[in-house]
Design a protein around this ligand. Sequence first.
Ligand code: FES
Length: 236
Amino acid sequence: MSRPRFTLDGVPVEFDEGQTLIEAARAAHTYIPFLCAHPDFPAHGSCRVCTVLVNGRPMAACTTRAAAGLTVESQTPSLHADRQALVQMLLVEGNHFCPGCEKSGGCTLQTLGTDLGVTSAGFAHESPQRPVDASHPDLLLDFNRCILCELCVRASADVDHKHVFALSGRGLHKHLIVNAESGRLADTGMSVDDVAARVCPVGVILKKRVGFSTPIGQRPHDVAPPRTQVEGKEEP
Ligand code: FES
């Protein structure tokens, strides 16, 4: 029996019941830009970078279920401009200094910006005052780079079963916190081997003593950026 299909940018894509648009596209080796989505976790739908037009209406591809007969557009000039603006807003909302960041070359926000052709901040920098937590013997937290994807929150709660992280506040005041009375990572049960320690898509959770050990050109996104991981081929 043939599988149901929708069209993605004019190309038929087969899917399994229950798959989201981004999951079906990924299974078909078709890249839809994303940031907060992670294949190992349920979709969160917070960044909106994956927004596509579904029968002409904007919907998040990571939270919208595929359905037979849908017409999905993911590559219009307007969507591209919106994605560029979203990346720019994230960049100015925090303190992102890529040349001095250990995650450079493995940061999904950085790679997405490069992929989308983001060459300027586009908005005024907010330059927030955010702390760095170096209390843990093996891990460093730099809250300046948090994009509120909640991947560490979910990994720590759902996989590591430790609830080390949480989000606090609302709206513009929402921010990542450490679940300890002191607020320090050293006072939690966090281990360098936890899934939460390696799931951060940006440079908030960093392992100590390994920064910059991988040369430029051999870093994770130099070798296999998200686009090529999905498309199943390496860049030329
Ligand atoms: Fe879909 Fe972030 S990747 S909302």
